[in-house]
Design a protein around this ligand. Structure first.
Ligand code: KG4
Ligand code: ZN
Length: 339
């Protein structure tokens, strides 16, 4: 069973072909729009939609060429139905539905976060349910208990900014480009530990929720109190900021593992590419007797492979109709729990 996957929820156009029988990703292609939005310091929705229109067909051609398969061999099309930017989602949904209708195959609307939280299974199909998933991206920060494909329970989430959003906004305060996460992490490597101090928001709150907007404000206050400070100061702030976010994320993961009794942790989403987070969780796992799984770094950020894969798992689990249909919606706001 060959599944064609399409991701267009935000500023990445992702396309992939996944062989569900073999459990193997055959090809995936990605175009990141980050340079398009860089000048604006964030994603401009209309520019994002128009660029998805330009990129989809050439990327689709690329994955068929790379995999040596033809569109006639596709058994199902999976696309991101939400959450995300309405216009951007519509481009992917329209393309996917048109393709499916033309080929007479089913089209599966995938929840973007479900695709992220199942993505570590792409590299490691033996990973078993139930597991705890930490989803940390530019738009979301949540802890989910995954019991099976399609069965998820929200344990905690951010009350304000997402972790990636906090990285991006803080990077902007430090004069770094967009997206700020990787740039801030690179600068943090030059920072001295403990040179400045930032809070660890909600680390000791008794719930599994997060809050990152106060941290960004604390950085703003610190930067304003040191006008004209040089690169070393900015590196020290970057290091302390990264440390604070990582400590809170890791602390909440440990609390959630303890509360649920689970012994497997999956980390997904763009911030999951952060090296310090990986090192900290790997060390905690070694000490705490739990296993931690990651998607390959290139599949941490948005991509078509995770969408094709999630669609295939939903089809195999009998959660999707196998008949082709023509009606479709997009869901810019969509709770994972209502999946
Ligand atoms: O999952 P993703 O590609 O898109 C969303 O669905 O949001 O995540 C993008 C986010 C951005 O905020 C970016 O700054 C952050 O992930 N990010 C990182 C790193 N790489 C990407 N944050 C911290 N460290 C990184 N190495
Ligand atoms: Zn994402």
């Amino acid at each position: 069973m060959l599944v064609f996957g399409i991701e267009t929820s935000c500023d990445e156009t992702g396309v992939a072909l996944y062989d569900a029988q073999a459990g193997r990703l055959l090809a995936h292609a990605l175009h990141s729009q980050s340079t398009l939005h860089e000048a604006y310091g964030g994603v401009v929705p209309e520019l994002a939609s128009r660029d998805h229109v330009r990129r989809l067909v050439p990327l689709a051609r690329t994955v068929f060429e790379r995999s040596g398969r033809s569109p006639a061999e596709v058994d199902a099309v999976a696309y991101t139905e939400g959450p995300g930017l309405a216009g951007a989602l519509l481009v992917g949904a329209g393309f996917a539905r048109a393709f499916a209708l033309a080929r007479g195959v089913p089209a599966i609307g995938v929840h973007h976060l479900e695709a992220h939280l199942l993505s570590p299974l792409l590299a490691n199909p033996a990973l078993a349910f139930p597991y705890l998933a930490l989803l940390v991206s530019g738009g979301h920060t949540l802890l989910v208990r995954a019991d099976a494909v399609g069965r998820y329970r929200l344990l905690g989430e951010t009350l304000d900014d997402a972790a990636g959003e906090a990285f991006d906004k803080t990077a902007k305060l430090l004069g770094l480009g967009y997206p700020g996460g990787p740039a801030l992490a690179a600068l943090a490597r030059e920072g001295r530990p403990g040179a400045v101090h930032l809070p660890r928001p909600m680390l000791t709150s008794r719930d599994l929720d997060f809050s990152f907007s106060g941290l960004k404000t604390a950085v703003m206050t610190l930067v304003r109190a040191h006008p004209g400070a040089g690169r070393q100061f900015r590196a020290d702030v970057a290091r302390e900021f990264e440390e604070a976010v990582v400590e809170v994320l890791a602390g909440k993961c440990l609390a959630a593992l303890e509360a649920t009794g689970l012994d497997r942790l999956v980390v997904a989403g763009g911030v999951g590419a952060n090296r310090r987070l990986r090192e900290t969780l790997a060390a905690a796992a070694a000490r705490g007797g739990f296993a931690v799984h990651w998607p390959e770094p290139e599949l941490c950020t948005d991509n078509g492979a995770m969408v094709a894969h999630a669609g295939a798992l939903r089809l195999q689990a009998g959660l999707e109709p196998r008949a082709p249909g023509s009606a479709f919606t997009v869901r810019p706001r969509w709770e994972l729990a209502s999946r």
